[in-house]
Design a protein around this ligand. Structure first.
Ligand SMILES: *Cc1c(COP(=O)(O)O)cnc(C)c1O
Length: 433
């Protein structure tokens, strides 16, 4: 008892602890509330005799999180370029700068020259339409699924959307495009079979109750064998709009991914609208992109639901910088030369071995991911480490996500920007200790 009372006398006062430079910095970063709570908890531990009274500030500082957001930064060494659990496409430095600038007070809906109200995000929309030469107009919503919902609501209402049975796709996490479309009140008119749908199947289904024909890119699976599907050009003359959900957001053909559809080709073939995600192969922020005929885009953009699906200023800024700026990290990862990746892996492994880490460079296989380009193998290189490193790397700062293969932890370098190699090496040394 006497011991405890003695200790209490020496517990430093809250204000005095909060003046510690580390805790003052934490208060600027995190707000005063959580820092004070951490100090009070540390004082309680000191009072209980669990820590020495002199350690209250240390304890308070040690228990605080590094940032005000719980989203921890990760180095993506999985070899999956667009990892859904890691936020899909990382933004370019240009796009991050644009986000930071837009996060304050940007003229997102104002013409500073005249002082008049202006079209929201007009420079981003111009950049988008400018990148799809066959597109008369563009619109942006929260994600690819929202673009589909808006197209269904604005163009079909309660009428029919004609879709092939071979294109009724589950996009991930249990979400299915047919359910999404049905939830809008539109009716799905399924045509053809799982493996074969002909232009005549669509033609026979078109009627006065048709809203539009929907072509969905089966982005995360492949049907092979006795198959047939109708192209956009086969359907463009049937007298109703063709909406092409291309998914990946490629604006132009990508020679490395010949089976991935792109907006330019779809529009040139006669699609009235193209919908896509912004954070897949386009390499930008999460958003849904709509490109196409001016009257159709306008019908979507002026629909009351458009207001519920609109994107924020930071998304518009990131999208524009992605479109106008330098190559995206996703494009660089996709086009990385395997021999350069191998050289990086060897350099990293040699440096780690010098520190006594059991590390070697190995060949690896990377993938596009994000539900895109199924079956496409991107030759890559990895640093191979003892398996227990995987969990320790995941819990480090920055966290590193590798993949475990044949009892080894592989850090695949294809999705790791070269600028992150030093941080990766530090994280491995830390984890291997
Ligand atoms: C990814 C994808 C979607 C969903 O887009 P989100 O941006 O994830 O909402 C829809 N259709 C296709 C073909 C896709 O590949």
């Amino acid at each position: 008892m006497r011991h405890a009372r003695d200790a209490r006398r020496h517990i430093p006062r809250t204000d005095a602890v909060l003046a510690d430079p580390r805790l003052a910095a934490a208060a600027r970063r995190l707000g005063r509330g959580p820092v004070k709570a951490a100090v009070v908890a540390a004082q309680r531990r000191a009072r209980a005799g669990e820590i020495p009274p002199g350690a209250v500030a240390d304890e308070g500082a040690a228990t605080l999180p590094p940032t005000a957001s719980g989203l921890r930064p990760v180095i993506n060494a999985t070899g999956v370029l667009l990892h859904t659990n890691l936020g899909r496409a990382p933004l370019s430095a240009a796009a991050r700068d644009a986000v930071a600038a837009a996060s304050g007070v940007p003229a997102v809906e104002l013409d500073l020259a005249t002082g008049a109200r202006a079209r929201r995000g007009r420079t981003a929309l111009d950049a988008l339409a400018g990148r799809g030469p066959a597109a008369e107009a563009a619109h942006v919503v929260g994600n690819g699924a929202a673009a589909l919902v808006l197209a269904a609501t604005a163009l079909a209402g309660t009428r029919e959307i004609i879709v092939s049975r071979g294109e009724l796709v589950e996009i991930g996490d249990g979400f299915r495009i047919p359910d999404l479309l049905a939830a809008t009140g539109a009716r799905l008119r399924e045509v053809g079979t799982t493996n074969r749908t002909s232009p005549d199947d669509y033609a026979a289904a078109v009627g006065p109750d048709t809203g539009f024909i929907l072509k969905i890119h089966p982005s995360n699976f492949r049907i092979t064998g006795f198959t047939r599907s109708a192209g956009i050009a086969d359907l463009a003359g049937l007298g109703v709009p063709v909406v092409a959900d291309i998914g990946s957001g490629l604006l132009a053909p990508e020679p490395l991914l010949p089976d991935e559809p792109d907006a330019q080709t779809a529009l040139a073939a006669g699609a009235g609208l193209v919908t896509a995600s912004g954070d897949k192969l386009l390499g930008g922020p999460q958003c849904g992109i709509v490109l196409g005929r001016a009257d159709l885009v306008r019908a979507l953009a002026r629909h009351p639901l458009a207001r519920a699906l609109r994107v924020g200023k930071m998304t518009l800024a990131a999208l524009e910088a992605t479109l106008r700026g330098p190559a995206t990290p996703t494009a660089e990862a996709l086009h990385a030369d395997p021999s350069v990746l191998r050289a990086r892996a060897e350099k990293l492994a040699a440096a780690l071995a010098e520190h006594g880490v059991d590390a070697s460079a190995v060949d690896s296989e990377a993938a596009v991911g994000g539900g895109g380009a199924p079956g496409v193998v991107l030759p890559s290189a990895a640093v191979s480490l003892p398996e227990p490193c995987a969990a320790r790397l995941r819990r480090g700062d920055p966290a590193v996500m590798g993949r475990v293969e044949n009892g080894r932890c592989l850090l695949d370098l294809r999705a790791v920007p070269p600028d992150d190699d030093a941080a990766l090496a530090r994280a491995v040394r830390e984890a291997a200790r």
